[in-house]
Design a protein. Structure first.
Ligand SMILES: [Zn+2]
Length: 230
């Protein structure tokens, strides 16, 4: 899982589109199609992309056969997303990105567990992306199910119980509270973002070096807009 300098050189030689990715390694050159190289640039890229999407002006970048071929030899995504599996919140669509741009990790309730953390740490080690986004969303079913289980005292069936168990410590304070689902969705985004940094030495080190920003965000089902959760 260690970075592969040979492959990175090959990618660099393959075209300017990936040149910006190497800013973190200190070897970037200017390019008209430069990828976001800093945390600020990466955050701006996904938020601007989301504004395009929500306004009906999506560009659908990086979705051509040429992009497929360009990335076949290797990927260099500029963002990692930890998002919910909800079919209405696909990161590439709502951020108006394409092939090779986003390293997706999706599970109902956008929960950090060991497997998800391994997946994210792999991407941090391998691609050194400047941004990790924890993307929750309005009326999340996993959060709603956990609150319903707590409020009614009814256990969730099957392995859904594992999700309820994972979310319970975070959302329990909002059981029976007006607007509890919305408050719990935001609390869960904050908690999972904090868990990424506190649980993972690899993520923490990257954040402390200023190479990676961990941002929490909420997707609005009605407007299609993403807003940051602090
Ligand atoms: Zn959800």
């Amino acid at each position: 899982m260690s970075p592969n300098p040979l492959r990175r050189r090959a990618l660099l030689a393959a075209g300017g589109a990936v040149a910006g990715s190497f800013a973190l390694a200190g070897s970037a050159s200017a390019s008209p199609t430069r990828l976001p190289g800093t945390p600020r640039e990466a955050l701006e890229a996904i938020l601007v992309g989301n504004r395009r999407f929500a306004a009906g002006h999506a560009r659908h970048p990086h979705q051509t056969p040429a992009r497929v071929r360009e990335t076949a030899a290797g990927q260099h995504p500029f963002a990692i997303v930890l998002g919910c599996a909800d079919s209405r919140v696909p990161p590439e669509v709502v951020f108006d990105q394409g092939i090779g741009d986003v390293f997706d990790n999706r599970v109902a309730g956008n929960i950090v567990d060991d497997l998800l953390l391994g997946s994210i740490e792999y991407a941090v080690e391998e691609f050194a992306p400047p941004l990790i986004v924890v993307l929750g969303h309005e009326r999340c079913g996993a959060v709603s199910a956990t609150l319903a289980s707590l409020e009614t005292g009814t256990p969730a069936p099957g392995h859904i119980a594992a999700i309820v168990t994972a979310l319970t410590p975070i959302v329990a304070p909002y059981a029976g509270v007006p607007d509890g689902v919305e408050l719990a969705v935001r609390a869960n985004v904050r908690a999972q973002a904090e868990a990424l940094v506190s649980t993972s030495e690899i993520v923490r080190e990257s954040v402390e070096r200023g190479r990676t920003l961990v941002a929490g965000a909420r997707y609005d089902l009605e407007s299609g807009l993403v807003t940051l959760v602090h």
